[in-house]
Design a protein around this ligand. Structure first.
Ligand code: NBY
Length: 838
């Protein structure tokens, strides 16, 4: 062991300068981990052993940077961002960390030299699917950018034992399988059994007078759970900053309640343990509101309380007084899921640290920022008062007190406007009473932001209108972004190599520099190389599709792709209506000269969302018929790619020709898949919704396929009375498509199967598919025309990539840092291992 330590010291020494690392170092480190960590000789090592050894080899290099980063936290007293999110959809670590360490090619070479298959190791990694979709993935992109921009930051969340379910398709239906991502161990996390906090639940409160004669409240809980920290290092791209993601696991305070055990209540003693550990057991698989589930509120309060206690401990450890907490930390609430933090920080400051209310409120109001991610009114989070009172009685008292003081202020500004006061109140009092979490987040935050220009404007005029009128200065827009490290460099090495060959690699950190590609759009040789890269990516995806679905697709056809959570507002079924329309054209005219298309879908439906699951069944049923109809003759293929996740996304975006971003205008807050597609050279067909608006602004109207109603038109038509049936009756193509689905043609003659979907379109059509149908189909025809001219298409694709600079998460994080968090970078200097431990 002693010998091993001294060897590691040496290898870390050469590692201090990034360029100083040799292939020999890497190979030696790998073999040491195989031997000392996995206990294997090369001849008996499994693929998992190889993966683990590679992961530890890479992790060693992360940890060296991590300790240097932490040293600066303590020494420099820098302001730190605390990013609170119930979800972090990280995706696999190994490849990404190799990119950020800038050793990808070296590791590949080191592996190849000794006949080890790096791709098999990369493929072997189970991804931590600790999120549902866009919101969780955004948190992961932001961690990457924070580290890359050298901003001291900690991500705080929950270490779910089971992440988002694995999706299987059986007989066309979605089947959910438990995600056992920890089964083979997780080399990227470091358990910190000594970093723990107690979290109280339930019980009651009682008032008392403290020594100074002040009225205070004492909370006597009936349950206490312990949170244990598990840390994952998050390294920036080609910098020494290595931040951390700290996830909390719930455990019982005592693993056995010996009092119960001794009186023979063995079951009762174990029950307590099982109950406590349930809190971090599983991620709720809903990408919209979860109604009234106590366990969900327990999860939220659990991770928020642990995280705030942790930040307070760190703050006190550097010798600062809590009055200055907001000067040392900026805490962002990723949606309302962590918004109970407003009440919890007040409780910690007032009850546990004996601060007076006004000072505590000043600190609280200045430390938080709140990001809203949804306009759907039904998705706004609220908790039944009774449930809240039972679980968090002290927090409800605090919320009442915040509300009393807040509404007093409001009454001064708007005397006699009781309707407005009722809307602003933290408590919804119409019928059953609820705590409104968005209102709590707004009142308790210094800054409130939406995630795309249109979304922020709609927030100001709809769901948060009253708050905007009250505090316009708190509102700003922060258009989402995605990290080009994972979504270009890692997932599209071919494109990265091609771009590097012309404009170097500076764009990876300064994405605006992709602009320099514009001049190559007219370059024949460049366009041919571009097409070759795309074709290669499509061939790779075709192979994966064959492996996963048994469907063989033609890489020369246009890859028309819609991957995202399945939701009626995202309108996967509008895409299906187009597919059926194309199919009807082929049936009517078997000799039709139609541009060959492969329409690919992917995404998970919330297990309790019946319509979304029926849409999956519809896609698979249409695919089954179309793919087996000899009359189609390979001009149309339909694929449902099962289990869409970060790992498969990395193979899908680079292979797309056409990106489907077709939500009803005004419903998609931003979208981030739209950005990933476009960065990888797909053209977008989309509505003026979310960030599509800004993507179109950037790439130019000529390079974007626009269709559909605007958000304003949607609102106007709705208010005037929308009648989908009259559209159905007056449009023969639409009617034919809907009737074919309704007839049982795709459901082995069963007309009932898709009836709920057909009826919802004909009699309600909440998301206005019928209103947008013709405009969509016409636009798709323009897409096909454009694709036939492959040179023109490629020119447009190059311009799309060249103009995506704005959508780097680095830009977004810079805006948050400057305008919300007021934090600045801290360059971390590497120090030798020997000097660090001295
Ligand atoms: O956040 C998404 C938005 O739909 C998308 O437009 C946006 O780009 C993205 C990032 O800003 N929202 C989202 O993914 N929401 C969830 O996943 C989610 C998860 C859980 C709950 C609600 C929403 N929940 O209530 O538990």
């Amino acid at each position: 062991m002693a010998q091993r330590k001294s060897k590691k010291t040496n290898s870390n020494k050469t590692d201090c300068s990034r360029t100083g690392m040799t292939l020999i170092d890497l190979n030696r480190c790998f073999n040491e981990h195989l031997f000392y960590t996995q206990g294997r000789l090369p001849l008996s090592a499994t693929l998992n052993d190889h993966y683990m050894a590679a992961a530890y080899t890479v992790r060693d290099r992360l940890l060296h940077r991590w300790v240097c980063t932490v040293r600066d936290f303590i020494r420099e007293g820098v302001k730190v961002v605390g990013y609170l999110s119930a979800e972090f959809l990280l995706g696999p670590h190994l490849g990404n960390n190799m990119i950020n360490l800038d050793i990808f090619d070296e590791v590949r070479e080191a592996s190849e030299n000794v006949g080890r298959n790096l791709d098999a190791m990369l493929d072997h990694e189970e991804e931590p699917g600790l999120g549902n979709g866009g919101l969780g993935r955004l948190a992961a992109c932001y961690l990457d950018s924070l580290a890359t921009l050298e901003i001291p930051a900690i991500g705080y969340g929950i270490r779910y034992e089971f992440g988002i379910f694995d999706q299987e398709i059986r007989d066309g239906w979605q089947v959910e399988k438990t995600d056992k991502w920890l089964r083979l161990g997780n080399p990227w996390e470091i358990p910190r059994p000594e970093v723990t906090y107690e979290v109280k639940f339930g019980g009651h409160t009682a008032g008392y007078c403290d020594d100074g004669g002040c009225y205070r409240s004492r909370w006597t809980p009936d349950r206490v759970v312990r949170g244990i920290a598990y840390d994952t290092p998050i390294l920036g791209y080609k910098v020494n900053t290595c931040n951390m993601l700290r996830l909390w696991k719930a455990e019982a305070v005592e693993s056995f309640d010996f009092a119960s055990f001794n009186v023979g209540n063995y079951y009762g003693a174990v029950h307590e343990k099982v109950y406590s550990e349930n809190i971090s057991k599983v991620l709720y698989p809903n990408d919209e509101q979860i109604q009234g589930k106590q366990l969900r509120l327990e999860q939220q309060y659990f991770f928020v309380s642990c995280s705030l206690q942790d930040m307070i401990r760190l703050h006190l450890a550097i010798g600062k007084s809590l009055e200055y907490f907001h000067e040392e930390f900026a805490i962002q609430l990723n949606d309302t899921h962590p918004s109970v933090a407003v009440a919890e920080l007040m409780r910690l400051l007032v009850d546990e640290h004996h601060m007076d209310w006004d000072t505590a409120w000043h600190v609280t109001r200045n430390v938080f920022g709140y990001t809203n991610h949804t306009l759907l009114p039904e998705a706004l989070e609220r908790w039944p008062l009774r449930l809240f009172a039972n679980l968090l009685p002290r927090h409800l008292e605090i919320i009442f007190e915040i509300n009393r003081r807040f509404l007093d202020e409001v009454r001064v500004i708007y005397p006699d406007d009781e309707a407005r006061i009722a809307r602003l109140s933290l408590i919804d009092e119409q019928g059953e009473r609820y705590v409104r979490m968005a209102n709590l987040a707004c009142v308790g935050s210094r800054a409130i932001n939406g995630v795309a220009k249109l979304h922020t404007e709609l927030l100001k005029t709809t769901v948060l209108k009253d708050f905007y009128e009250l505090w316009p200065e708190k509102f700003s827009n922060k258009t989402n972004g995605v990290t080009p490290r994972r979504w270009m460099v890692l997932s599209n090495p071919g494109l990265t190599r091609l771009i590097r060959s012309r404009i170097g690699g500076g764009w990876i950190k300064k994405l605006d520099r992709l602009k320099r590609l514009e001049s190559y759009a007219g370059d024949d040789a460049f366009r041919r190389e571009w097409q070759a890269v795309k074709t290669g990516n499509k061939q790779a995806l075709a192979a994966l599709i064959l492996e996963r679905t048994g469907i063989s697709v033609n890489p020369d056809s246009m890859f028309d792709i819609q991957v995202k959570r399945i939701h009626e507002y995202k309108r996967q079924h509008l895409n299906v209506l187009h597919v059926v329309t194309l199919y009807n054209r082929l049936r009517r005219n078997p000799g039709l000269d139609m541009l060959p298309r492969t329409v690919i879908f992917g995404g998970k439906a919330a297990p309790s969302y019946y319509m979304a699951k029926l849409i999956i069944k519809l896609i698979n049923s249409v695919a089954d018929v179309v793919n087996h109809d000899p009359a189609v003759r390979n001009r149309l293929k339909v694929v449902f790619f099962p289990d869409f996740n970060v790992k498969s996304a990395q193979k899908i975006y680079p292979a797309a020709d056409l990106s489907e971003q077709i939500s009803t205008a005004g419903k998609e807050a931003s979208g981030t898949g739209n950005m990933k597609f476009s960065m990888n050279g797909a053209l977008t067909i989309g509505t003026l919704d979310g960030a599509n608006v800004e993507i179109r602004e950037e790439v130019g109207a000529d390079n974007f396929f626009l269709f559909g109603l605007t958000a304003e038109e949607v609102a106007r038509i709705k208010s005037e009375g929308y009648d989908p049936r009259s559209i159905y009756l007056s449009n023969p193509d639409l009617r034919e498509a809907i009737d074919l689905i309704g007839s049982g043609f795709f459901s082995r003659g069963d007309p009932d199967l898709f009836k709920p979907l057909v009826d919802s379109l004909l009699y309600q059509d909440e998301y206005m598919l019928l209103a947008d149908y013709q405009s969509y189909v016409d636009c798709q025809d323009r897409v096909s025309e454009a694709y036939r001219d492959r040179d023109r298409w490629t020119r447009m694709a190059i311009l799309n990539v060249a103009r995506m600079g704005k959508f780097s998460s680095d830009r977004a994080i810079r805006e948050y840092c400057r305008e919300i968090w007021r934090v600045s970078p801290n360059t971390v200097e590497m120090e030798d291992f020997g000097d660090l431990v001295r």
